[in-house]
Write a protein that binds this ligand. Structure first.
Ligand code: ATP
Length: 508
């Protein structure tokens, strides 16, 4: 529309100049130069999609996302709702002299539903919703970011006016990009100006304004934020949005399978147990991948097999076409069986599945079951975890004479848990401050913890060599074993060194 009107006007002016015998050349030159400048600026990203993105958002001012579309996160939802009630109960808060809430900061890992929460907050408060990401404010040109912050706030006000709403919610994703500690960036003048402008805009938000603005920001790195953002009166409410626990995962799976036909054997509760560490985004992707697999197989319903395959795909990535050499695959099968055997011996029924399919990020994987969510870890639990991690490498050593680089991730975990045991005062030396303790002593305690577990694991593996060989070869040919299949094979004869005191073993 706008383009057509401009072209029409330009044509009319040229016609007018011709008719009156004037030379149109200077006008054409000025017009050409102006268009070239505009084209250049668009190319440099100065006007980038920023306006277009927001113009698209304006079409649907209040998002149709409710808090019931968000699975789990009960604590975060409760805290957020409490804060939002200040906006809804305007008269009551005013009469008590409560200053308006200006900013809420959602912190937590990626894909846990922070954006969903902000949208649901807009729906709950009947507010228009305008979203932007920290990266959109950062340009190499000083002043551009600050100008965009000003534009964002004024656009939110206009949008609310146009939609006839009293409240606008501005959602700022990746706040750490624009709100990092000042003076830390190489082009810090631009970063600092952008952040300063955000602070100025937030300080300017008052209760008596006709349109009330609430800024909801999200970050995965709250530790990087400038202190000024977190002081009272700005983002003074912080809501933690964590990875969902088992119950939360079940609810999220239910939400994302609502529009999908599941075959009766699919047990969402079991899937929730087997997807420790999955975020909401992972779970959504899992259900979607399972539906795609069912579609490819020409099925009318999504079965347990598609879901199992989809879990592996979400964890490890796409299947690779090339298969590693036989010797390598043998090693992977033994490695994964080693992990699984130790896991089952120390924590019965803890294996969800074993895979040796080459996928994007790994050659194999042992997936554990999350039977009970833990927040505190006793020493025995941590030691068992070390043993499970060592199971793969020790099995490789017993069967192939040496370990391989395939265990480096396991060793990172082992080192982290070992340090945690010492730091929490759970080692034999009790509570020590690593800063004032000789390095050699710490090293000795650390090695003691690991060696005791390694000795225990070696013993279990040595005693079950035949069983491991049998299971690994089935795993190799089938590529996958479910927890039940694994346990059935194990029941044919496992010998456990559990019950033997680890410290005694190390001493012997
Ligand atoms: P990031 O930090 O990467 O921006 P985020 O925390 O904002 O991520 P969202 O964008 O809200 O995550 O979530 C991505 C998608 O994952 C959602 O569109 C939704 O499909 C799914 N999802 C995430 N968390 C949940 C949840 N708690 N309930 C239902 N779906 C969820």
């Amino acid at each position: 529309m706008r383009k057509g009107a401009i072209i029409g006007c330009a044509a009319a002016i040229l016609l007018f100049l011709f008719r009156h015998g004037l030379d149109p050349m200077p006008f054409l030159l000025v017009g050409g130069a102006f268009s070239a400048l505009r084209f250049y600026m668009q190319g440099r990203g100065l006007e980038r999609n920023f306006e277009t993105i927001q113009a698209v958002q304006e079409k649907e001012a209040v998002p149709r996302v409710t808090f019931s579309d968000i699975g789990g996160q009960d604590g975060a939802k409760r805290e957020l709702l409490e804060a939002l009630d200040f906006l809804k109960e305007e008269a009551a808060t005013k009469s008590l002299g409560i200053r308006p809430l200006k900013g809420i900061l959602l912190t937590g890992p990626p894909g846990t539903g922070k954006t969903l929460m902000a949208k649901a907050a807009a729906f709950y408060t009947d507010a228009v919703f305008l979203a932007s990401s920290g990266a959109e404010f950062i340009e190499m040109y000083a002043g551009v970011g600050a100008q965009r912050v000003r534009q964002l706030f004024s656009r939110a006000r206009k949008m609310a006016e146009k939609a006839g709403k009293k409240t606008a919610i501005i959602f700022l994703d990746e706040l750490e990009v624009m709100g990092g500690k000042r003076g830390k960036h190489t082009s810090h003048l631009e970063y600092d100006q952008t952040l300063n402008q955000l602070l100025v805009e937030m300080d300017g938000l008052k209760t008596d304004q006709t349109i009330r603005i609430l800024v909801i920001a999200a970050t995965n790195r709250a530790d990087l934020l400038d202190e000024a953002l977190l002081r009272p009166g700005r983002f003074d409410r912080q809501v933690r949005v964590d990875l969902p626990e088992k119950e939360g995962r079940l609810k999220i799976l239910e939400i994302h399978s609502k529009n999908k036909p599941l075959s009766p054997e699919v047990d969402l509760f079991r899937i929730a147990q087997e997807t420790i560490g999955f975020s909401g985004a992972h779970l959504e992707a899992l259900m979607n991948e399972a539906a795609i697999l069912a579609f490819r197989k020409g099925r009318q319903q999504i079965g347990a097999a598609e879901i199992e395959e989809a879990i592996d795909k979400v964890i490890l990535g796409e299947r690779l076409e090339r298969r590693p050499p036989r010797e390598e695959m043998d090693r992977v099968a033994v490695h994964e069986t080693g992990h699984a055997l130790i896991s089952e011996v120390l924590r019965p029924s803890s294996v969800a599945a074993l895979t040796v399919t080459s996928r994007g990020k790994a050659l194999g994987f042992m997936r554990p079951v999350d039977k009970e969510e833990r927040h505190l870890y006793p020493k025995k639990y941590l030691e068992d975890q070390i043993a499970i991690c060592l199971g793969g490498a020790v099995a490789e050593e017993v069967f192939f004479g040496e370990k391989s680089t395939g265990s480096s991730n396991d060793f990172e975990q082992v080192a982290r848990i070992g340090k945690e045991i010492i730091k929490s005062g759970l080692s034999e030396v009790g509570l020590v401050d690593p800063e004032f303790t000789p390095k050699e002593m710490l090293h000795e305690v650390f090695s003691g913890i690991i060696n005791r577990q390694e000795a225990k694991v070696r013993r279990i593996i040595e005693e079950n060599k035949d069983l491991i060989r049998k299971i690994a070869s089935t795993l190799f040919s089938q590529e996958k074993l479910s927890g039940e299949e694994f346990r059935r094979m194990m029941a044919q004869g496992v010998s456990t060194a559990e019950g033997t005191n680890g410290e005694e073993q190390a001493a012997s």
